[in-house]
Design a protein around this ligand. Structure first.
Ligand SMILES: [Zn+2]
Length: 105
């Protein structure tokens, strides 16, 4: 069996002047990641991302959106389903667009 190594994960990100810890560890359920608002923190599912490190950056981008929505106040006007739909749109459609610079194409 191939040995899995821990992906390169930042210990925090900064959004709107707020430093948000990023924890690579256990996540409730089977989610890839989770943003918690009180106190703000992003948890990344170590088990899933050790198996699929290629999805780590897009998951962090997704969870960073949740943090940005909280910090900006958008969560005051969005339902949970609306917030998640925007997160999935950004992760699935906009994150790949942002990768063009490193693709060499
Ligand atoms: Zn989400």
């Amino acid at each position: 069996m191939a040995r899995k190594t821990k992906p390169n994960v930042p210990d925090h990100i900064v959004i709107g002047g707020h430093t948000i810890p990023v924890v690579f560890g256990d996540v409730d359920g089977d989610d890839w990641g989770e943003f918690k608002s009180e106190p703000m923190r992003i948890d990344l599912n170590a088990r899933r991302h050790t198996e699929h490190p290629d999805l780590l950056d897009s998951t962090l981008f997704h969870e960073a959106w949740h943090a940005a929505a909280e910090i900006s106040g958008l969560t005051e006007i969005l339902t949970g389903k609306q917030e998640e739909a925007i997160a999935k749109c950004l992760e699935r459609l906009m994150w790949p667009l942002l990768q063009w610079r490193g693709s060499g194409e």
